[in-house]
Write a protein that binds this ligand. Structure first.
Ligand code: 9YW
Length: 445
């Protein structure tokens, strides 16, 4: 189906409505991920939210990242949720029980796992907006980069050491939630080996917010998710202790590629603003190691990167958008061209049945594809933004713009849904989702 371009009127409406959504979700110094389903601060959401807000207010965008950093653990880990006021979101702080962890931050309630390291990529976009504005915004942002350089480096160092002790060049995740793609078929193999044991009973609360439970992970999946939380608690959130006992340990190519890309950017920004040379060098080494790890994982027959199950030593071959990790971290030209063609071609964005030629979470041509189930096929606007960002960065402006325009056309309804049914374009999950509104603002800027 041809992409109908948004009219100038559509664009003005979209910008206004996206700004309104972010304002309505603003709780002062941070933004809830969505008004009802996710009433707290999520780590990678905060990165996208910050870069969207920067198109309107650089100081407020920096506040978002500053607040996120208040949740950083002494290990350097940035946790995946910073809890705000009590709510009906589950799992709540009582389930996470992070008080067993010596490294938790004082005065902030957080979860005990991570999410993808998108933050320095967001910071580089904020810097871009700050420079466009110049004056006080630029000064404030440049100072923020220099002041927070050690904090971002500590975060990246945590991922590069505690989560890759054997230097595979792949960041180890201990829970599917750490990938940001909770129920992706990427994790079906590793989750099939997770055997839930005795744990406190629970009631899911996410299902109360959606009309159709089949669009969310199943109860069996949820039990495994909570069992892994239980295992993290029993290991007192010590990574080595969890590694020795936990059921789920996987090298994640998307997290690794984002770490490589973010580390390159951190080194560049650090060099520009006079950060500690040893930190800059360390950042470059991290970038190199994880880029190598991602490139090594590519399956020559499909051209896609593969996660590595560190419990079995198996590469996980699934047609998921994470396979395009090399586009994010960079690689040799032939591979990047191959990935670009694949991404825009008939198995992915160019698939004849897609309503919008926007990156689906799983290829519609794959047997694993489910059109309405969460990370098993639906289109997540932030994923499309990431791929457009990556293409742009590697000099593929035309391809990047194609994703940007299709992504905007998809959002013209101004519902800013959490994810979209790829064959019909129907909005699914939460509405007024902050990161969806945020990337619309960035695409429009
Ligand atoms: C959950 C907030 C989060 C995202 C995740 C997405 C979903 C559900 O929503 O997680 O309860 O954490 O999978 O990537 O950060 O938008």
């Amino acid at each position: 189906m041809p992409v109908t371009q948004p009219t100038p009127n559509d664009i003005a409406l979209m910008a206004g409505r996206a700004g309104y959504v972010l304002k309505a979700n603003d709780r002062g110094r941070f933004t809830v991920a969505s008004p009802t389903l996710y009433p707290h601060m999520w780590s990678w959401d905060a990165g996208f939210v910050a870069l969207g807000i920067a198109t309107v207010s650089v100081p407020r965008a920096l506040d978002e990242l500053r607040t996120l950093l208040t949740g950083q653990w002494s290990t350097g880990m940035i946790p995946h949720i910073l809890f705000h006021s009590p709510s009906d979101y589950f799992p709540d702080p009582d389930r996470w029980r992070t008080q067993v962890a010596a490294a938790r931050p004082a005065g902030v309630l957080t979860s005990g796992v991570t999410q993808p390291p998108i933050h320095v990529i967001a910071l580089s976009r904020i810097l871009h907006d700050a420079r466009r504005r110049g004056g006080a915004d630029q000064e404030l942002c440049e100072r923020f980069v220099l002041d927070t350089f050690p904090r971002w480096l500590a975060w990246h160092r945590y991922l590069a050491t505690a989560r890759d002790p054997h230097e595979h060049g792949l960041v180890e995740i201990h829970h599917g939630w750490e990938s940001g793609m909770d129920d992706s078929p990427r994790w079906d193999g590793p989750y099939s080996r997770v055997r839930p044991g005795e744990m406190p009973p629970f009631t899911r609360r996410d299902l109360a917010h959606v009309s159709d439970p089949s669009q969310r992970p199943s109860d069996a999946e949820y039990r495994r998710y909570l069992w892994l939380v239980e295992q993290k608690v029993r290991a007192r959130y010590d990574d080595a202790a969890y590694r020795a006992t936990g059921d789920f340990v996987v090298g994640d190519v998307l997290v690794s590629a984002l770490l490589a890309a973010a580390s390159d950017l951190l080194a560049d920004m650090g060099a520009e603003f006079g950060a500690d040379p040893a930190g800059i060098e360390e950042s470059r080494l991290i970038a190199r190691r994880f880029r190598t790890g991602v490139l090594r994982s590519v399956d020559p027959s499909t051209g896609l990167a593969r996660d590595l199950d560190l419990r079995t030593g198996e590469h996980l071959s699934v047609d998921s958008a994470a396979g395009f990790a090399p586009l994010l971290c960079g690689g040799d030209d032939a591979l990047l061209r191959r990935q670009r063609d694949l991404l825009l071609g008939p198995r992915w964005c160019g698939h004849s049945r897609l309503r919008w030629p926007v990156v689906p979470s799983v290829s519609p041509a794959s047997p694993a594809f489910r059109d309405r189930t969460y990370w098993r096929g639906p289109q997540w606007p932030v994923l499309n933004w990431l791929m457009a960002w990556a293409l742009n960065r590697s000099g593929e402006q035309e391809a990047a713009n194609a994703l940007r325009l299709a992504g905007l056309a998809q959002l013209v309804d101004c519902d800013f849904a959490e994810y979209y049914e790829p064959l019909t374009g129907e909005q699914l999950g939460s509405r007024d989702q902050s990161w969806t509104a945020a990337i619309a603002l960035d695409f429009l800027a």
